[in-house]
Write a protein that binds this ligand. Structure first.
Ligand code: ADP
Length: 407
């Protein structure tokens, strides 16, 4: 079944066309990124894989709206010479990544009028993403009228958290009236990792207990007990929790007023600083983990401090989530840093041997796209590295909705 996965941002559109049977039998037909929608010149990068070899097409042209971007994507997908499908009607479903739907949906659902209304109601809780996500669905309905449109929420996997984990200790009315609570994000990735870890461990998902550690530009962890999320680090927005590339993660909320008073910043400037100028970048000036590691190796003290801070928060959260997940099967590292950065995995796993975490240094250096384990022989706890695949998870869930099986 051919499923198109769409992640619509405010000025961008990421897509992937996948032909899939199940989590282990699929092929990616095309991937692409449309950027700078609404700017004088937009860009499209479109990749196909004829005979297993990557073929890249790059285009630059004005793309005033998402609709224009979407039309170009259709033209590229169906191109007579280089297209991967003959007709848009070959696409059975379009799976849309949607940031937040509050507590209204805890599963992937068809993007009906009611679902679109709910996405709209949650605009205030996802002001940058939800409007773009909704626009993606509405444009896709026009361009792919025969395909089923499905919404996959980044918060859904975390809806199993108990109130003791998702409530903030603030006046209760903030929750009852304004829906303020921890929602958590990266849910699609943590869910994929849970399924992949269960397959790797040879256990039913509902008996799988892991701590999922997603370290990319955005970073989050999830405590997964019996296949279900019982706690996660991100909050009502993706700003809470771990230190990230440019996001602060946890900070005393009273610090905000103090610094605003000292600097004269307004709240928008403050949130910009916490989202875009903090994290690794705030401490050492760069947010790409490869650069931070290189700078530290060259003796840069601030880069070293940034690495220590980044690592320590992950370690503390491993400790916390061990309290939340009895009979833990494994720690699982994923995403750009988790999958690729040997030094960061080593730092995270060093000094917490008393928690049963012992790394095998040679296994940690193995680079493979297959799930693999990197703990020392005889260590009490497995440490896994599993590449995440959010697009595949969205495609799988979209297929399940189309076939009438809830994922
Ligand atoms: P996003 O959250 O944007 O999806 P990614 O999961 O792609 O982010 O992760 C981006 C991060 O992964 C960057 O900090 C980058 O430095 C890091 N990264 C990517 N590849 C490597 C690598 N080979 N070694 C170390 N870090 C890497």
């Amino acid at each position: 079944m051919k499923i198109l996965v769409i992640n619509a941002g405010s000025s961008s559109l990421k897509y992937q066309l996948i032909d899939l049977e199940d989590a282990e039998h699929f092929s990616v037909l095309a991937t692409g990124l449309v950027e700078k929608i609404g700017e004088p010149v937009g860009c499209i990068t479109h990749k196909t894989f004829p005979g297993g070899v990557e073929r890249k097409i790059e285009e630059q042209e004005p793309l005033p709206t998402h609709a224009d971007g979407m039309k170009r994507v259709v033209a590229l997908l169906t191109d007579e010479q280089d297209g991967v499908i003959r007709d848009v009607n070959e696409i059975a479903g379009v799976g849309h990544r949607v940031l937040n739907c509050g507590e209204e949906y805890s599963d992937t659902v068809e993007a009906t009028a009611a679902v679109k209304d709910a996405i709209r109601r949650y605009f205030p809780l996802g002001p940058l993403h939800n409007p773009a996500n909704l626009m993606g669905i509405e444009e896709s309905e026009k361009v792919f009228p025969h395909a089923r449109q499905v919404a996959v929420f980044d918060t859904a996997f975390h809806q199993t958290m108990p109130p003791k984990a998702f409530m903030y200790a603030v006046p209760r009315q903030w929750y009852t009236q304004y829906h303020l609570r921890k929602y958590g994000f990266h849910g699609t990735s943590h869910k994929f990792i849970t399924g992949a870890a269960a397959r790797y461990l040879g256990k039913p998902v509902d008996q799988t207990n892991i701590i999922s550690i997603h370290l990319g530009n955005g970073c989050s962890m999830a405590a997964v007990r019996g296949g279900k999320c019982v706690d996660t680090t991100m909050g009502v927005t993706p700003l809470e929790g771990l230190m990230m590339g440019t996001r602060s993660g946890d900070i005393d909320p009273a610090a905000i007023e103090y610094i605003m008073d000292q600097t004269g910043m307004d709240i928008h400037q403050m949130l910009h600083a916490l989202n875009k100028e903090s994290g690794l970048k705030g401490i050492c000036g760069v947010n790409d983990m490869r650069e931070v590691v290189d700078k530290s190796a060259q003796g840069d003290e601030l880069a070293e401090l940034a690495l220590q801070m980044f690592t320590y928060r992950v370690q503390k959260t491993i400790g916390a989530y061990m309290a939340a997940v009895p009979n833990l099967d494994a720690l699982v590292f994923t995403a750009g840093i988790g999958q690729n950065s040997f030094p960061i995995r080593k730092r995270v796993c060093t000094g917490i041997e008393h928690l049963g975490v012992t790394l095998d240094e040679a296994k940690n250096l193995v680079r493979t796209d297959a799930p693999h384990e990197i703990q020392a022989d005889g260590a009490p706890l497995k440490i896994l590295v599993i590449p995440t695949n959010e697009e595949l998870q969205i495609a799988l869930e979209t297929k399940a909705v189309i076939e009438g099986n809830q994922p």
